[in-house]
Design a protein around this ligand. Structure first.
Ligand code: NAD
Ligand code: DAU
Length: 360
């Protein structure tokens, strides 16, 4: 039975990954989820699995060397899947330092603890130990022209403090692979959407605001392009890279689903109008009149577009959920989990975990 150490598993992608892995492997794996529970971490995302015998939650900061090395000492970890990060670009523009702290120093701690636990006396590593670093397409910078794509060979050119800190963390992983032959992979994925996404990010923010008849803020001219992938397809890609990919390689993950932000907002409004029943009072609130152009994000990258050729050719990964279906699944999830959204927007979710993990 393999033991996974997942960092940041209480966040959006990490929690979807944990659900995906238990759905796929059942009781044949053990998952230890280490998460500091920042504002972005929400144990409610994992309510369905928290009592499983093969799941353990440890509240710890990845920058805390002692806490992380203790986890490696107490467990024979086979796989590390490293999601934990500060992830929101707007926050990085307001407060860059914590991004450097968590994303760069935290990754250094994870690498060093895994290396110490897995390294043999001759400098080689115990067999079948693997570290997967979850990164982003934003490290490649910004594309201008249609028809240009980010490949694994595209030079790094990050612009925001967030993407610069992720680029720094990727470089550390590359340095460990080059210097120590440390058994790792990096994935660089495009924008994710789906259940449990924190409503500071475009898609859940627009769904939540539209249902309440609140303004829908569009940065700049609304024509910036992002390449959207349903989160479960990302979870599947991570698992496939770790099990079928070549060690030491980077894989780009994306589904060729480029859309301008304004298109995304229009699709969400149209889909909400289709999906809401006639007698639902929110139906009258949802309207394109709510669209409000606001000041642009500083240093706003124009276009991201992933070329997923390598992961398709080498590993056979392809996205299964196309955007039309994915956005309906996401909206349906938000309809069925109104309390989740209420707890998040009211801050109640933070009380839940503070009580829970302070032993109350
Ligand atoms: P998120 O913000 O939803 O979750 C981050 C999680 O990390 C939270 O649970 C938080 O509590 C935890 N965390 C933060 N700082 C920590 C620390 N110091 N120690 C321990 N835990 C800490 O992020 P997400 O959107 O799920 O992104 C997960 C990873 O995937 C990140 O590395 C991000 O860069 C990458 N990524 C995200 C996207 C996207 O579209 N969201 C796309 C590509 C890659
Ligand atoms: O590309 C992958 C990245 O995608 C991840 O690495 C990041 O962790 C993740 O946050 C995401 O970054 P973006 O900045 O692309 O996502 P965000 O949802 O913040 O914004 C998407 C686009 O929508 C972007 O062009 C800015 C715009 N936007 C965003 C918000 C929150 C708006 O126009 N209005 C808004 O209110």
């Amino acid at each position: 039975m393999k033991t996974y150490l997942v960092t940041g598993g209480a966040g959006f992608i990490g929690s979807n990954y944990i659900h995906y892995m238990f759905k796929k492997y059942g009781n044949n794996i053990k998952i230890i989820n280490v998460d500091a529970l920042t504002y972005a971490g929400n144990p409610e995302n994992l309510k369905e699995v928290e009592n499983k015998d093969n799941y353990e939650f440890i509240r710890a900061d990845i920058c805390d060397k002692e806490a992380i090395s203790k986890i490696f000492e107490n467990n024979d970890i086979d796989r590390v899947v490293h999601f934990a990060a500060e992830s929101h670009v707007d926050r990085s523009i307001r407060n860059p330092e914590v991004f450097v702290q968590t994303n760069v120093l935290g990754t250094a701690v994870m690498l060093n603890c895994a290396k110490s636990a897995w390294e043999l006396e001759d400098g080689s590593f115990k067999p079948d130990k693997k570290f997967l670093h979850v990164s982003t397409d934003e490290v490649y910078g910004s594309l201008e022209e249609d028809g240009e794509y980010f490949y694994e060979t595209t030079p790094y050119a990050p612009h925001s403090p967030y993407s610069a800190s992720k680029a720094g963390s990727d470089m550390l992983v590359k340095a460990y692979m080059d210097t120590y032959h440390f058994p790792a992979n990096i994935t660089n994925c495009s924008n994710n959407y789906g259940p449990y996404q924190f409503p500071e990010k475009l898609i859940p923010l627009i769904i939540n605001n539209a249902l309440q008849g609140k303004n829908l803020p569009v940065y700049g001219d609304g024509k910036n392009v992002r390449d959207w992938l349903y989160v479960e397809d990302h979870a599947k890609a991570i698992d496939m890279v770790q099990e079928k990919g070549k060690l030491f390689e980077t894989y780009n993950v994306g589904g060729h689903n480029e859309k301008q932000n304004i298109e995304i907002i229009n699709i969400i409004i149209e889909t909400l109008q289709e999906m809401l029943p006639e007698n639902d009072p929110r139906k009258k609130l949802v309207s394109k009149d709510l669209i409000t152009y606001v000041e642009d994000r500083k240093g706003h990258d124009r276009r991201y577009a992933i070329a997923p050729d390598k992961i398709k050719a080498e590993i056979g990964w392809e996205p299964e959920i196309m955007f039309k279906e994915g956005i309906r699944l996401t909206i349906q999830w938000f309809f069925e989990n109104e309390d989740w959204m209420k707890n998040v927007t009211s801050g109640e979710y933070q009380k839940y975990y503070t009580d829970m993990y302070s032993g109350k």
